[in-house]
Design a protein around this ligand. Sequence first.
Ligand code: COA
Length: 566
Amino acid sequence: MRILILCHAFNSLTQRLYVELAERGHALSLEFDVNDAVTREAVGLFGPDLVLAPFLKRAIPEDVWRRVPCLVVHPGPLGDRGPSALDWAVLEGAERWGVTLLQANGEMDAGDVWGSVPFAMREAPKASLYRHEVTEAAVAAVLDALERFAAGGKPTPVDPADPAVFGRARPAMRQADRAIDWSRDDTATVLRKIRSGDGMPGVRDRIGDREVSLFDARPEHSLRGTPGALVARCEGALCRATVDGAVWIGHLKPWDSEISLKLPAALVLGEEAARLPEAPGYRDLWYEEADGVGWLHFPFTNGAMSVRQCERLLAAYQAACRRDVRVIVLAGGDDFWSNGIHLNVIEAANSPADESWRTINAIDDLARAILTTGDKLTVAALAGNAGAGGVFLALAADRVWARGGVVLNPHYKGMGNLYGSEYWTYVLPRRAGEERARAVTEARLPMGAPEARRLGLLDEAFGRGVADFRAAVRDRARALAADPALPVLLEEKRRRRAEDEAVKPLEAYRAEELERMRLNFYGFDPSYHVARYNFTFKVPKSRTPLYLARHRILAPSWPSPAQRGR
Ligand code: COA
């Protein structure tokens, strides 16, 4: 089918649907919902069989939905309507929720239904639910609907008497709906309020004399204090007392300027945070060990890695290497494995160029430590997505395993033609071969697990959900550690590394990459700095890039990844 994807942004759900549909051989093109005229033009140029709208903030123009069936993904159960569906579900502590696929008509979220997939809610930030439960449900609903659409099926109106209809029309959530009253709200309420607006728009609040939005809230189990007062800090996070306990707040966005950046909380508060006593409790990096396997968990918010985070992870990795384990699993976080260098921290630095340089060197040091580990087998286990340098960092490991639904973005070019480092010029061709390596980095497109496997970027992809994946990784890693053939594997690994080193030293790869990166950071062309500014300040895109808007390229052809032999 010819499917035009219409979306506000090419976000994680849209990327996942894109790779699922491409995998099935559909002819895809994509347009950002910039305005009605652009949408009309895209439909005219592409002539789609249907329009799929996974993430829209505005209604589809009437002449478009009358002309072409438009399937809209709504992150709410049957009967639910409104722009803050998931926000309400989190705020009100719903136990079950769902995703509904509607055919657009004149009323927002009120069209006939192609399908609705329920799911159990989890205590987590809105964005995490979106990246997992909502995404899996949406993929199931869309794939099922497309089959029925192709067979001539039709959507059905919602029957209000149907017991499956447990949603209702809700207004857009306002800041007042999730405002925290620190003198009354208990920890569970504070967590629900902050999580209902996390990743965006956050909960607007005041800390001292600063107006901020709060993000990344986690419970604290022992610290106490006057409700609302800051009582401790841990890495970038701050601990704030509630009436019955305390919460950690990992990230803040200042409101005192027109435009602002989401940053580690302590960085935003500066002096005020520095005066707080340090206490453990905000866990973004930890090690555990079982059955000869060492596990490093590093659920850094948004998968972004600052100098400090890279250095802490390197120290934890080196400590793990000194343990009597045979396998080290680099587990990342549930939402992201890694998205490479921390662009927000870089943007906020006095010299973003210097901070970029320091950060890329810190992540390179970590990659080198993994690459040069000779006496353990290393496994990168991707439960969540990875992007840019985060993908190539994973490729430093001996084995790369991923959850079946992960989406990888193994390229840097989208960030102002950044050349990239993390020894990608060594690890990518080593796995994919020279030609495919070039194609991957030029493509700029997201990649699903099946394609990544065909290209050699992943060794295996398995598991439906995160828990399923983690359990399977545990079994496989345990089996590897117990494998009598492991010493032979390690011997082979050391031999291959030594051979590669003799052909071209790791440091030569790094020096060449960093030479190009130096130009990106300090050179005449400011593209990286402009792209980073636009990304971190979330400047809306004013047009769709041509690698997505295929209908804007003359004489297009749409081979599926399988047809391209990838
Ligand atoms: N540094 C800082 N923040 C990052 C980040 C990075 N490297 N990568 C992602 N984020 C943040 C986003 O700003 C967003 O923040 P929010 O919580 O305020 O919304 C959040 O992580 C989720 O990212 P988003 O872009 O919404 O997710 P996605 O699934 O739609 O897209 C990527 C994933 C990886 C394609 C996209 O995030 C990206 O291009 N990241 C930059 C990668 C990069 O260039 N790294 C530097 C070179 S190594």
